[in-house]
Design a protein around this ligand. Sequence first.
Ligand code: FMN
Length: 206
Amino acid sequence: MYIDIAQPDRGWQDIYRLCITFVNPRPIGFISTISADGVRNLAPFSFFNMVNANPPVVIFCAGRTRDGGKKDSLVNVEDTREFVVAVVTAPMAEAMNQSSASYPPDVDEFSAAGFTPKPATIVQPALVAESPVNCECVLDRIVDYGDHPGASAVVFGRIVTIHVNDEYLADDGLLDPEKLQTIGRMGRGTYARTTDRFDLPRPEIK
Ligand SMILES: Cc1cc2nc3c(=O)[nH]c(=O)nc-3n(C[C@H](O)[C@H](O)[C@H](O)COP(=O)(O)O)c2cc1C
């Protein structure tokens, strides 16, 4: 199969649906924000990653809604310039999925999906108590691809504080994947577990 992206009869949805079946498994950033009116918001984003080490920077990409509007997470970050990103683990999967329903902006999505908000130390948005790791972030910049269908705003946030539940740590002080059990997003409605892993040594030049 050969795909010419410029082919006029190919909708962006076809390309997107295909790409997310090979750009995977994608980590899921559980993005907690607060509106200018103080309503808590929570939504998963798998167009998410850590993209810089020093300073530590994460991104998530908020796509436009069907009617070309902005998702609540984006509106809130634009208004408050803060967010929290929590990791999503296997026990959190179903409630995380519930939080992705299109609730109106005045609904507290922590309550709607069954998560417990916990005060952060620096930023206003809440931590997700059920998540073993929460990062407090301040907005760095937004790269906006427009307001047409399929366009996203890429939100860059600088991590200012990291909260780790000590029970999930290994002896080396890092997260123990066996305990953490993060999940990843594949294409379609499929998810991946992180219970099947392997190690490789750093290579020498051959
Ligand atoms: C696992 C998962 C990953 C998702 N990733 C994204 C994403 O990367 N970008 C996006 O715009 N929507 C993504 N969504 C959909 C949003 O979570 C959904 O549109 C949500 O209602 C947005 O909430 P908000 O309007 O409160 O910001 C994802 C949904 C799920 C279940």
